[in-house]
Design a protein around this ligand. Structure first.
Ligand code: PGA
Length: 256
């Protein structure tokens, strides 16, 4: 089954509202009609930039979606500093990233919290881009596949196959994020194929065949084509290289 690739730019904690609007406008200026059916483009600015970025994209009538970088699993309540699924849904977000390794590592996000966030997004009718990935220590111990597949199982625990259509997985080896050290296409493919097999085990073969699995970790216009050529890699979740309009546009074009 043909999967439409996704190119998602994770801006992390970069770009003020003014800067975010400029970057979104630059990307929008390069938008080509032919991208419409061939690639799903997603921008993930910091929470306060979501609405301003979406306003730029809506004004230009380009088919570029917006995603939050994180979300809380409760709908509302005493959770100072958090935002909820209904809030990002109201803004017009299509997805949220969940379980990025920076959130797991720096903010103590556990598999259980990731699962609650995924279930909350599904319940709210939004998509989840679920990040998984092993540390260098785990890879060196030869446990990368086992570790990553366990993260996938934990993230999707309790979900039904009928709820899986809005889920994506982003394989982001921790040792490749922001380091300039990319997984080789073969290394990335090995893990992405194992992720797909895990999804098949959880939800059945048709769901696994339809689910997009992204690669993330120092993806750039120079290495994207080789990664995207792999059977089980259906796009990218890109940090550093998504902060420059020209290089992000090249990454989108690498998906065509
Ligand atoms: P990077 O980040 O492209 O800067 O390595 C990827 C990510 O963390 O999503």
């Amino acid at each position: 089954m043909a999967r439409i690739p996704m190119m998602a730019g994770n801006w992390k904690m970069n770009n003020t509202i003014a800067e975010a609007v400029v970057l979104a406008q630059e990307i929008s200026n390069h938008y080509e009609k032919e991208w419409r059916e061939c690639v799903e483009i997603v921008l993930c600015p910091p929470a306060i930039g979501l609405k301003p970025v979406l306003t730029v994209l809506e004004f230009d009538r380009v088919r570029i979606k917006v995603a939050a970088q994180n979300v809380h699993w409760e709908e509302k309540g005493a959770f100072t500093g958090e935002i909820s699924v209904p809030m990002i849904e109201e803004i017009g977000c299509s997805y949220s990233i969940v379980g990025h390794s920076e959130r797991r590592g720096l903010f103590n996000e556990t598999d259980e919290m990731v699962n609650k966030k995924v279930r909350s997004l599904v319940k709210g009718g939004l998509g989840a881009i679920v990040c998984v990935g092993e540390s260098l220590a785990v890879r060196d111990e030869g446990r990368a596949l086992e570790f990553v597949c366990a993260q996938v199982r934990a993230a999707f625990a309790g979900l039904e196959p009928t709820e899986a259509h809005s889920l994506l997985v982003a394989y982001e080896p921790v040792w490749a994020i922001g380091t300039g050290r990319t997984a080789t296409p073969e290394q990335a493919e090995e893990v992405c194929a194992a992720i797909r097999a895990t999804v098949a085990d959880l939800f059945g073969a048709p769901v696994a065949a339809a689910m997009r699995i992204l690669y993330g970790g120092s993806m750039n216009p120079g290495n994207a084509a080789a990664l995207l050529a792999m059977e089980d890699i259906d796009g990218g979740l890109v940090g550093g290289a998504s902060l420059d309009a020209k290089s992000f546009v090249q990454l989108v074009e690498a998906c065509l």
